[in-house]
Design a protein around this ligand. Structure first.
Ligand SMILES: *[C@@H]1O[C@H](CO)[C@@H](O)[C@H](O)[C@H]1NC(C)=O
Ligand SMILES: *[C@@H]1O[C@H](CO)[C@@H](O)[C@H](O)[C@H]1NC(C)=O
Ligand SMILES: *[C@@H]1O[C@H](CO)[C@@H](O)[C@H](O)[C@H]1NC(C)=O
Length: 444
């Protein structure tokens, strides 16, 4: 019978040989094993090389835990790419999918504490999570922090372990009442809804009868937040300082690597950290566009500051307020070259005027508003596109006569403060958090 398949025939012959002669059989097996080991080796090497290529990022030598950061970044990048694919296939909004994935990864509940009571409540229709230190034993008036979580106005939640853990630790170590605002996110809502949610919840809390209900000292309340939460905290703090109906004023604001402006995506820190994990410049620009429900096609123009070129008249009055020449020390500028376009795309600001709204970009507020701000803490990381947003904010506050602490970390990256739990446990997370809580403890 004619064999249908050559390899079948070869295999059959081999099998025959194996049967007839043990020695030949053993050698054949060895050879087979060797060749399959060789192909497995080639495959593993190729996979490892591909993975290394995907994971490896040249990072500044000063970054602490570089390999851990590369792995975190690769995981986050891969997840984002998967979400973008889902978005392209028009199955769902990429940020909705990303938030869902983050929520699923977040099932590892951090240890709870018997000293802290956690309750969910509604403040003027806005969801909040309140962390109270052992309320039954002690009715003395406590300090308080209103906390606004980060995540590009689109991700995370007061309930995710990252933020639940942070607020619980803050409540415990400061013996303070922490109000963590569960504001609504992109794509469910866009600017100014995130701002309104955080503003309304904070204003509601500042009423004397509500403070009394939580045993909070009206003279010792801070507002705080990280990243996009720092943006909202700064914006809410500014607008509350202008609101004459609010009698209990905030004592402090504490901003953790806040995002504060969308006028210039080529500040020295944007240029120096263009591809830095976990927030490359392009991703930050897309978060801004999503916040305004704008058109992604604008991203490439915004990356080169075409949206605020010199011929865009709306931007003119803001330019002097964001002047890195006078606001940034030369140590941060390094070999920086300003990117100022003489002509650009005026239709971007026409379509998204909110890019220049101070409730979205608090760094652009006028001097008179800065003068009304309370004592401030700004934490910045060297390896962060948003470093200069924070430094310029601190400088403008200082120039307006506000007492400011700028707490700069040379070896840290954007977002590090929430990474304090396995498997994303970073020493930079512990150091920034300790420093932040220490400042609150000494100043609140
Ligand atoms: C920025 O500040 C520098 C130095 O103070 C000054 O010379 C320059 O004119 C300022 N630029 C703008 C646009 O205000
Ligand atoms: C930026 O604006 C200039 C002038 O209008 C235009 O020639 C250029 O193509 C624009 N580039 C991008 C990426 O939008
Ligand atoms: C997390 O990191 C901190 C600081 O680097 C360290 O003290 C702590 O033991 C670590 N915890 C775990 C569970 O790895």
């Amino acid at each position: 019978m004619k064999p249908l398949n050559g390899s079948y025939n070869l295999a059959a012959n081999l099998q025959e040989a194996e049967k007839t002669c043990f020695g030949v059989c053993a050698r054949t097996q060895q050879r087979r094993q060797r060749s399959s080991m060789k192909s497995a080796f080639v495959l593993v090497t190729a996979l490892a090389a591909l993975t290394a290529y995907y994971v490896y990022l040249p990072l500044p030598s000063t970054v602490s835990d570089p390999w851990k950061l590369m792995l975190l970044d690769a995981t986050f990048r891969a997840t984002q790419q998967m979400c973008n694919l889902v978005h392209c296939l028009r199955l769902s909004h990429h940020l909705r999918v990303l938030n869902y994935v983050i929520g699923t990864f977040d099932k590892l509940e951090p240890p709870s504490s018997e000293h802290i009571m956690i309750t969910d409540a509604l403040f003027d229709g806005v969801e909040v999570r309140v962390f109270e230190p052992s309320p039954k034993e002690d009715r003395t008036l406590k300090r308080s922090v209103v906390y606004i979580h980060g995540g590009g106005w689109a991700l995370a939640s007061a309930r995710t372990s990252f933020y639940n853990n942070l607020c619980r630790i803050m409540a415990e170590s400061l013996n303070a009442v922490i109000v963590s605002i569960e504001y609504r996110l992109v794509p469910e809502v866009h600017f100014p809804e995130q701002f309104y949610d955080t503003f309304r919840a904070t204003k509601y809390f500042l009423q004397s009868d509500i403070l009394a209900k939580y045993s909070v000292d009206p003279g010792r309340i801070a507002i705080s937040g990280d990243s996009a939460g720092g943006n909202l905290a700064a914006a809410v703090c500014q607008q509350l300082s202008l609101d004459e109906t609010v009698t209990n004023k905030l004592k402090l604001q504490a901003l953790i690597y806040p995002v504060l402006q969308a006028l210039d995506f080529n500040t020295p820190s944007y240029q120096q950290n263009t591809d830095m994990p976990v927030l490359p410049r392009f991703v930050m620009v897309k978060f801004w566009i999503d916040y305004f429900n704008g058109n992604y096609d604008f991203a490439s123009s915004m990356l080169i500051n075409n949206h605020t070129s010199l011929d865009v008249s709306q931007a003119i009055s803001f330019r002097g307020r964001l002047n890195w020449t006078s606001l940034l020390p030369s140590t941060f500028k390094k070999n920086y070259k300003p990117v100022i376009q003489s002509t650009g795309k005026a239709e971007i600001i026409q379509e998204i005027p909110a890019l220049l709204d101070v409730r979205a970009a608090p760094l652009l507020a006028e001097k008179e508003i800065f003068q009304l701000q309370p004592k401030t803490y700004v934490l910045t990381c060297e390896n962060d596109v948003l470093r200069d947003d924070g430094i310029m904010y601190a400088k403008r506050l200082e120039s307006a006569g506000v007492e400011v602490t700028l707490d700069h970390f040379d070896d840290c990256f954007h977002g590090c403060m929430i990474f304090t739990i396995w498997p994303t446990n970073f020493s930079s997370g512990h150091r920034t958090r300790d420093s932040y809580i220490k400042w609150l403890s000494e100043n609140l």
